[in-house]
Write a new protein. Structure first.
Length: 442
């Protein structure tokens, strides 16, 4: 491909020097021996943090050396799964960053703390595993990218789908060209469980002093103690980005991994609180369209907390074939336009089936005339795909090698912009646009 035909993202991804040189940093740092023990600290050990912790402690030649959380029972629970008599525990994340025995941190806090902790960690010389959504604001996202590059840090954003064989296979299918020109991607997430609607349990001992309420608020507006805001923070705009950053971001990023479509040109969004009248501020129904006119591509996302019947969908529709991605089950590819015609769908058959005035239409076509479900032309079952290292393992591997992670800061920036575009479109009740020159949502 000529330089003229290359997008900026393709060039930056293809040249590690280009990505680092923008901030005056060398592209490659000194690698570490695989036998060196990597010291880790974790900040935030709630539901998500506990899951990450259980994965981290299984990685060879690593040691969890510090746990930070504002709520004591969480710290105690975390200590119970860490085999380190010298483990440090506390409530101030800066103590983790000041610890010279810690090489990298895992940040699984509410989103409104992500940017500050990531920027401070980079300045302290720590590598960073950061949960999604990367940040709550565009300026925060820019600050994180700038700090990571300036201080030559490794960053892994917590989109673990990139470390799953199913999504790696989906990427390979897209790159093979078998789908042809992709015009539409349909994404959805339907869930209706207690945890799925973010109605997490509130412990009976929860109180302002027990959770260090003022520390939790940080630089957000001061509020009186509210256990919902601490334990169910995803309900509120001040601490997160709703369905956009918590759920949609996973599927959008997985699709970006497959198609490398980058930041949308435009976005519109609708939704509201249609089911859960429980004090939450963010919608429980979320409909978004991202458009890429220059690529001839649209992405439609729907999230709903009132039903789980339709589950999770990722369907990538091409001119020649369509790919359906089952996140746990595998990948199926269906060719377009090769199924035998359904005789019941021909114009003559349709006219013959039309009932006379006053007659009832037939309830069901005879079996020989029913439309058959298409058979896939290729299937890739999850349990038959090559294994991959886990997402935190990839982070640790890149800490050693100084290579780029599977979901690095540039991927995180694109994810954040897409999510924030949908939020801005919803809040402003209009179509918003990404200005690549001004690097702004307008």
């Amino acid at each position: 491909m000529s330089d003229k035909g290359m997008t900026r993202r393709e060039f930056m991804e293809g040249s590690a020097l280009g990505a680092a040189a923008a901030f005056g940093a060398p592209a490659v740092l000194s690698a570490r021996s695989p036998s060196d023990v990597v010291g880790l600290g974790i900040i935030g050990v709630g539901m998500r943090g506990s899951t990450l912790l259980r994965e981290a402690v299984t990685i060879p030649n690593t040691q969890m050396r510090a746990v930070c959380d504002l709520y004591g029972p969480r710290r105690d629970r975390a200590a119970g799964v860490i085999n380190n008599p010298a483990l440090k525990m506390g409530i101030d994340y800066r103590q983790v960053l000041d610890n010279k025995d810690i090489d990298g941190i895992i940040v699984a806090t509410p989103d409104h703390w992500h940017a500050k902790m990531a920027v401070d960690a980079a300045a302290a010389g720590k590598d960073i595993y950061l949960e999604k959504c990367m940040t709550r604001t565009l300026e925060q996202a820019k600050a994180v990218v700038r700090a990571v590059k300036q201080h030559k840090r490794v960053l892994q954003l917590g989109h673990g789908a990139r470390s799953r064989p199913v999504q790696a296979q989906a990427r390979e299918v897209c790159r093979s060209g078998i789908l042809g020109h992709v015009t539409l991607v349909r994404l959805s997430n339907f869930q209706n469980s207690v945890d799925g609607t973010w109605k997490y349990p509130i412990p009976p001992d929860a109180a302002a002093d027990a959770v260090h309420w003022e520390r939790f608020l940080g630089d957000t507006p001061k509020k009186p103690w509210d256990p919902n805001r601490f334990f169910r923070w995803r309900w509120f705009w001040e601490y997160g980005t709703g369905i956009a950053g918590d759920l949609m971001s996973h599927q959008w990023d997985a699709t970006n991994n497959a198609l490398s479509m980058g930041i949308p040109e435009t976005s519109v969004a609708t939704g509201g609180i249609y089911q859960w009248k429980d004090g939450r501020e963010v919608p429980d129904v979320w409909n978004v369209i991202f458009d890429y006119p220059a690529k001839g591509l649209a992405i439609n996302y729907t999230g709903d907390f009132a039903t789980r019947h339709l589950g999770r969908e990722q369907t990538i529709c091409g001119k020649n074939a369509t790919m359906v991605v089952d996140w746990m089950g595998g990948v199926s590819v269906y060719r377009e336009g090769v199924e035998p015609p359904d005789p019941a769908m021909t114009p003559d058959a349709a006219r013959r089936e039309r009932p006379a005035p006053g007659e009832r239409p037939p309830r069901q076509r005879p079996p020989e005339q029913r439309r058959r479900a298409p058979e896939p032309i290729a299937t890739y079952a999850a349990d038959q795909l090559p294994e991959m290292t886990g997402h935190i393992q990839n982070f640790v591997d890149c800490m050693r090698s100084r290579a780029r992670t599977r979901c690095n800061e540039d991927d995180g920036f694109e994810e954040t912009v897409a999510c924030l575009m949908s939020v801005a479109a919803f809040e402003q009740r209009r179509m918003v646009r990404w200005d690549p020159v001004k690097q702004a949502i307008v």
